[in-house]
Ligand binder design. Structure first.
Ligand SMILES: [Zn+2]
Ligand SMILES: [Zn+2]
Length: 155
């Protein structure tokens, strides 16, 4: 199943050629500020599985830890399509779930930084939630861990 997406003006199109490695909702204060919303859905995607078409502008933004990330946006309409976090050593990017043509195809399977979650937003009773950063051994599938291991070897 290939996931496809685009920016709001249609200049940028992308395709994700394999299952995302993970899909999470981040409720941290920075994601709220940057998106203007209550949380951001991020798809972990291997760079090799990501095909992009259209003109992209990149800016580097800070993170609380100081390592920063590059935000990649459509150069025309400024829709941010994906982030590349500098602390992530593997060739993995974080694609913004809301830019998928059909976001229902990639719902978040867990929530992170729920300590700064907006109080009016109720997580489902069965949701997996982390107060801060995630514990990958709890939420990443064996396939994902295996693929990351292979990426680390190839890197
Ligand atoms: Zn655009
Ligand atoms: Zn965040």
């Amino acid at each position: 199943m290939a996931l496809i997406g685009s920016c709001i003006c249609g200049e940028v199109h992308y395709e994700i050629r394999d299952q995302p490695l993970f899909v999470h909702a981040c409720h941290c204060a920075d994601c709220q500020r940057y998106s203007g919303s209550a949380f951001v859905i991020l798809l972990g995607v291997a760079e090799a599985d990501f095909e992009i078409e259209g003109n992209i502008s990149t800016v580097t933004n800070p993170t609380p830890s100081g390592s920063g990330y590059d935000a990649h946006a459509c150069s025309k309409c400024a829709t941010v399509i994906w982030n590349k976090y500098h602390f992530v050593e593997l060739p993995i990017i974080a694609v913004r779930g809301g830019t998928l043509n059909d976001p229902t195809l990639a719902p978040p399977t867990y929530h992170i930084f729920t300590r700064s979650k907006q109080p009016w937003f109720e997580l489902p009773d069965d949701a997996i939630a982390f107060d801060g950063w995630l514990d990958s051994s709890q939420v990443w599938s064996p396939e994902t861990l295996k693929k990351m291991e292979e990426m680390a070897k190839g890197a």
